[in-house]
Design a protein around this ligand. Structure first.
Ligand code: NAD
Length: 450
């Protein structure tokens, strides 16, 4: 198959590289000329494990190329994917579809024979129909079908997720687009990946419903964490006890500073608007959004509280700035609320993130950036872990305690328990860890049989 991907960001680049790995001939288009220039020179503009090798291999094999010019790519394509951004529209929180419609218009201008236009961008229900209407209005007589193929990959594990997805969802409106989607994903069909062919509307909604449900799990466990702290329970144990129930499952039950990233915040907001547009109040999603917004701000209070009620003129060492590990993506990261909150309260910040600092420097210009984790700690009054990068899981805590003025560890991701930090002289504060020391020291109850 010949494939064009319009929009070469986190989703477009990974999808394009993976489709070329399947053997298809892929041209990735982006209107950002600097990005395309870097890609043509073999440079990957984002951090995503394994992506560089995949792109190199398929460029060398002549199956993957990059351009700014849709005219080079679209006319000969069997399928054209739209993978441009759909951020929150400024002011009202609706999904901003201007990039999607601009891409659709440009595609229409260059189409020749039968082509399937596929939305991979996350778009509100009804967008596929509107794209089809626009295409037909712009170029009456074009032979086309519009399909929806939402993407579920996670940054940081994007290639694995694309190559071995839990499912493929394809919303189609015609047998020809079904055949094209089958041909595109043939290697995964052979792997017995579940493939769900639905209406376009269902496919569009599956994506939002999935993200909203995952966000719900996160806000749910975060509220449980607050309760744990008041009643002497451990949220890790509560989550494990819940997650072992197969109806619930263990994933997305990690208490922390609230969800961020390029998807959950904007997608939950957009879903609320879709509900409102159709007079269907989505009260659960509404609560999830509110809980999450408050959560990030509450982390500032938590840190200030742990520092004795004030951080004025105190130095806080911050580890991790990206919204999650294994990505350089800073979009909606909890750090973007927590760090300014601490600065406003009078703290100075020294931070380190393995991949996010280039982007962070533009978003958080008023903090110190360090070359490694330990460089943040000299003379610090508190150490705060915001993102759970693996390299923060095994810090030399004796060394850390010696470097710091006050050995106080505020672990917003619960990557440590009390044991090791306290042995090194730290005061340890996690999230939802309400069990007091003496209780924790009690021997486990023996189960007497018979
Ligand atoms: P991104 O911002 O990383 O990339 C979008 C790219 O599109 C940019 O490079 C931009 O220059 C380009 N672009 C915009 N308009 C264009 C046009 N008219 N022609 C050519 N290029 C154009 O965005 P992303 O994170 O890859 O997300 C893309 C879509 O995929 C969004 O709808 C998002 O919700 C969805 N999604 C994202 C993820 C994720 O983890 N990032 C996961 C699943 C779904």
């Amino acid at each position: 198959m010949r494939v064009t991907i319009v929009g070469t960001g986190y989703v477009g680049l990974v999808s394009g590289a993976c489709f070329s790995e399947f053997g298809h001939e892929v041209i990735c288009v982006d209107r950002d000329a600097a990005k395309v220039e870097r890609l043509c020179a073999g440079e990957i503009p984002i951090y995503e494990p394994g992506l560089e090798e995949l792109v190199d291999r398929n460029m060398a094999a002549g199956r993957l190329s990059f351009t700014t010019d849709l005219a080079e790519a679209v006319p000969d394509s069997d399928a054209v994917f739209i993978a441009v951004g759909t951020p929150s529209r400024r002011g009202d929180g609706h999904a901003d579809l201007s990039y999607v419609y601009a891409a659709a218009d440009e595609i229409a201008d260059h189409m020749k024979d039968f082509t399937v236009i596929v939305t991979k961008s996350t778009v509100p229900v009804g967008t596929g129909s509107e794209i089809e209407r626009r295409l037909r209005a712009r170029r009456p007589g074009l032979d086309l079908e519009v399909a929806s193929n939402p993407e579920f990959l996670r940054e940081g594990a994007a290639i694995q997720d694309f190559m071995r997805p839990d499912r493929i969802v394809a919303g189609i409106k015609g047998e020809r687009s079904k055949a094209v989607m089958q041909a595109l994903y043939r290697p995964l069909f052979l792997n017995e990946t579940p493939v769900l062919f639905t209406t376009r509307e269902s496919a569009e909604l599956i994506k939002y419903a999935s993200n909203a449900f995952l966000a719900t799990k996160i806000s749910f466990i975060n509220e449980m964490a607050d309760l744990c702290e008041k009643v002497g329970a451990e949220v890790q144990d509560v989550a494990r006890g819940m997650g072992l129930d197969q109806r619930i499952g263990p994933k997305f039950l990690h208490a922390g500073p609230g969800y961020g990233g390029s998807c959950f915040p904007k997608d939950t907001l957009a879903l609320l608007h879709t509900g409102a547009d159709h007079d269907v109040p989505l009260r659960i999603v509404d609560a999830v959004v509110t809980v999450n917004d408050k959560r990030k701000a509450a982390m500032v209070d938590k840190i200030i509280g742990a520092c004795g009620g004030s951080v004025r003129d105190k130095k806080i060492a911050v580890l991790g700035l990206t919204f999650k590990p294994n990505t350089d993506d800073m979009r909606e990261s909890p750090a973007l609320v927590i760090v300014p909150g601490l600065l406003n309260a009078g703290a100075t910040i020294a931070a380190y993130d393995p991949e996010g600092m280039a982007e962070a420097r533009t978003l958080l210009p008023d903090i110190g950036y360090c070359t490694d984790a330990y460089a943040t700690m000299g003379g610090a009054d508190a150490l705060v872990i915001i993102t759970e990068w693996n390299q923060f899981r095994a810090l030399d805590l004796d060394r850390a305690a010696q470097l710091m003025k006050t050995p106080l560890l505020i672990d917003l991701r619960n990557i440590y328990g009390r044991g090791a930090p306290e042995k090194s002289g730290f005061t340890y504060i996690g999230v939802g860890r309400g069990m007091t020391k003496p209780e924790r020291a009690q021997p486990a109850l023996k189960v007497v049989k018979g």
